[in-house]
Design a protein around this ligand. Structure first.
Ligand code: SF4
Length: 710
């Protein structure tokens, strides 16, 4: 009980795992130690609820493996030596400068995460673009939401999820593409379930696997992996053929209708059925349900994004929303459910576009605006977008990137084809790892380790899936000499910024005000927000402008939408683009040698590479080891029993895992959680989406081998 735990005070923050953005209170005992977590009842997002991960958030502060002092060594074969912050950060500067002088500016790279706070992203962006001067800086987005970013830009002219959770309460039909909310975003799922119980709208789930959400669906479309675009084209074929499109809306709001119509004319449901594996009558039924609903909504997650057709899949979703006149309607949005707690922060403020608040390195005006704000010569900025995380490692493997700074991420486990990632890491002349844990796989190859604060040992904001900016307040201090990431960025900036030319505020609240000023008049306008307002309101969705604040207009509690029904898209004429999507098979498919589809994904208990959840109580107890889901009929044919270990072999490598027999996967598919080191990503393939550079984690091929004598 709470009394047993001795809670004497509760402190407010936002959960640091997924992008739902649940408001959380952490209970502190008399010694100030975090001992309990609970949901905040008056928060619009979670209404008092937390999932399994959120309920254990307080445990992460004292989890094993926390780094407590900066470490250095000459080579990664050698033992670590403890050092101080000055020596460690000076080493980072000197090594980066040496490498840049010898091999060129872009021979160094920085990769970060969705776990940092937005003020930290902003500061890291200022440091990498404005002082180090490389364009090779990428967040985790490339593994997670880059296809959504790219798809939104291609369709609407800008990134930015257009809807809100409140749209569930207005919709009359919902399609979930490759999204398993009950396990991946449990609290968003509660919002959906509550709304569906009240409104009884049909829930249609598109997913090759019988996920938990698919089990709750009215219609489940178990399509062939990688063929979402074909299904979308066939649905649009039916909608146009039966005259179900919203002609008035298209005329007023969209360009590109004729090319789209010509493409989808080729995809009658009978032809599409042969490719996507969904029978033609079901395609017709779903297309009609969607098009005839007064308001129809679509959500998606990694099933769409993590594909060589990721960006196209997002555009296909947007096409469907546009031709049925759903954009801007309550309950009629296309809403990407983002991944990490602050994946949106990195999209808005740093790595994706190159410069803050959706400004672009390629744009001379944007370079000028930010150069003036930061006191950096606009000519110093790199002039093109740099490499994405997936490409950084490909280039590293060739030896052209020699210095790497890894911040709060773990590519040795999270990237596809980890054998090639290992080869890439071994090419580095210098690697610095900044993380709250010193036992991450990447740290094996580091020359400098910088111990960082975790989640609510830090101060700042995060943006959730529905563009709601939420507060994180410091509840605890980092252990030993560990420091918040913002402090570390400022310390390194101090070394690069010898003449003090560029201003690096120390306090998160001052950085937020600088960001708010830079946002004024822009699409993602946060100029009316302050840390205090965000805390009082349990988060505020952008935009919320200084003018609104000056008028005394309080931000609404929920339900804001980015676009209206009146051509408010971000292209010069205000219209959205309908884009024709030809389909080609550009991914690995099963064959005689590797006859099973390999599908990878998440479990409710774990978070990404388990650096956190692998160490906290029930999360790890409930799901301690990797397993593979195998169809019982397939297993019977191969003589494999439940609980036996099997060997999975792909063209990249192999992995030995325990078999779990379940009808969730079809006979020619296996599903493997990606959280465990040296497991799923030994097998996955590094084929990338051509627009977003996101890997096809969910389309690969393996064979299953029985291991004798168990
Ligand atoms: Fe945290 Fe996401 Fe669970 Fe909410 S749903 S408690 S944000 S992990």
């Amino acid at each position: 009980t709470l009394a047993d735990k001795g809670v004497v005070a509760w402190k407010y923050a936002t959960c640091g795992y997924c992008s739902t953005g649940c408001s959380i209170e952490v209970g502190l005992n008399a010694q100030g130690k975090p001992v309990a977590s609970r949901g905040v009842a008056d928060a619009d997002v979670n209404r008092g609820k937390l999932c399994l991960k959120g309920l254990a958030e307080h445990e992460i502060f004292a989890a094993s493996g926390r780094g407590t002092k900066p470490l250095m060594r000459g080579h990664w074969h050698e033992d670590w030596q403890a050092t101080d912050w000055d020596a460690a950060t000076l080493k980072v500067r000197d090594e980066f400068r040496r490498i840049q002088a010898q091999y060129g500016r872009d021979s160094v790279a920085v990769i970060s995460t969705g776990q940092l706070l937005t003020e930290e992203f902003y500061t890291l962006g200022k440091l990498t673009r404005g002082l180090i001067g490389t364009n090779n800086y990428d967040g985790n987005t490339t593994l997670c939401m880059a296809s959504a970013v790219s798809g939104y830009k291609r369709s609407f002219g800008s990134d930015g999820p257009p809807g809100s959770y409140e749209d569930f309460s207005h919709t009359d039909c919902l399609i979930a593409w490759g999204s398993n909310l009950p396990e991946q975003h449990p609290i968003i799922y509660y919002r959906l379930k509550d709304a569906q119980e009240q409104r009884k709208f049909p829930l249609i789930v598109v997913d090759p696997r019988v996920t938990m959400l698919a089990q709750m669906a009215d219609i489940h479309l178990p399509l062939t992996p990688g063929t979402d675009v074909v299904l979308q084209n066939a649905m649009m074929h039916v909608i146009f053929k039966e005259g179900l499109e919203d002609k008035r809306y298209i005329e007023a709001n969209c360009n590109g209708l004729e090319a789209l119509k010509a493409e989808v004319a080729q995809w009658d449901p009978a032809k599409a059925a042969k490719v996507c594996g969904i029978d033609e009558e079901t395609i017709r039924v779903v297309a009609r349900l969607f098009a005839k609903a007064p308001a129809a909504m679509q959500i998606w997650t990694m099933g769409i994004n993590q594909s060589t057709h990721g960006s196209d899949g997002v555009v296909g979703i947007n096409n469907l929303a546009l031709i049925t006149g759903n954009m801007g309607k309550p309950g009629g949005t296309s809403l990407s459910i983002t991944g990490q707690c602050n994946a949106m922060g990195t999209r808005e403020w740093s790595s994706c576009s190159g410069l803050p608040n959706y400004r672009y390195l390629e744009d001379a005006q944007h370079r000028k605006e930010i150069g003036e704000a930061w006191n950096v010569d606009p000519e110093f900025f790199p002039k093109k977008v740099g490499l994405k995380q997936t490409d950084i490692f490909k280039v590293m493997e060739t030896g052209q990137i020699k210095g790497l700074w890894i911040v709060a991420t773990n590519p040795m486990s999270s990237l596809p084809n980890t054998a090639s990632v290992r080869r890439a890491m071994q090419q580095l002349e210098f690697c610095v790892v900044q993380d709250c844990y010193e036992d991450t796989e990447c740290n094996q190859y580091a020359h400098v380790y910088l111990p960082a604060g975790t989640w609510a040992e830090k101060d700042g904001v995060m943006t959730n899936t529905e563009r709601r900016i939420n507060r994180v307040t410091p509840l605890a201090v980092p252990p030993g000499q560990a420091k918040p990431d913002l402090w570390i960025f400022n310390k390194i900036a101090e070394k690069f910024n010898e003449d003090g030319r560029v201003n690096f505020p120390e306090k998160a609240s001052d950085i937020f005000l600088e960001m708010a000023r830079l946002s004024q008049g822009r699409f993602c306008d946060i100029s009316g927000m302050t840390h205090e307002l965000l805390e009082q309101r349990r988060g505020v969705q952008w935009p919320y402008t200084a003018e609104q604040a000056a008028r005394g207009e309080l931000p609404p509690v929920g339900g804001k939408r980015l676009y209206t029904q009146d051509a408010t898209f971000r292209f010069p004429d205000g219209k959205a683009k309908l884009i024709a999507l030809p389909f080609v098979v550009n991914y690995e498919v099963p064959d005689e040698q590797y006859p099973f589809w390999l599908n990878t994904g998440r479990l409710v208990e774990h978070w990404h590479t388990r650096t956190k959840t692998g160490k906290v109580g029930n999360n790890n107890k409930f799901s301690p080891i990797p397993f593979v889901e195998l169809n019982p009929d397939t297993a019977a044919e191969m003589g494999i029993r439940r609980g036996e270990y099997v060997r999975l072999v792909s063209r990249r490598s192999d992995a030995v895992v325990m078999a779990q027999l379940t009808q969730r996967v079809r006979r020619n598919m296996v599903f493997l959680p990606f959280h465990f080191h040296d497991c799923a990503n030994r097998l996955t393939i590094a084929l990338l989406d051509p627009y977003s550079r996101q890997p096809a984690f969910k389309q690969g091929a393996v064979r299953v081998e029985k291991i004798a004598d168990q």
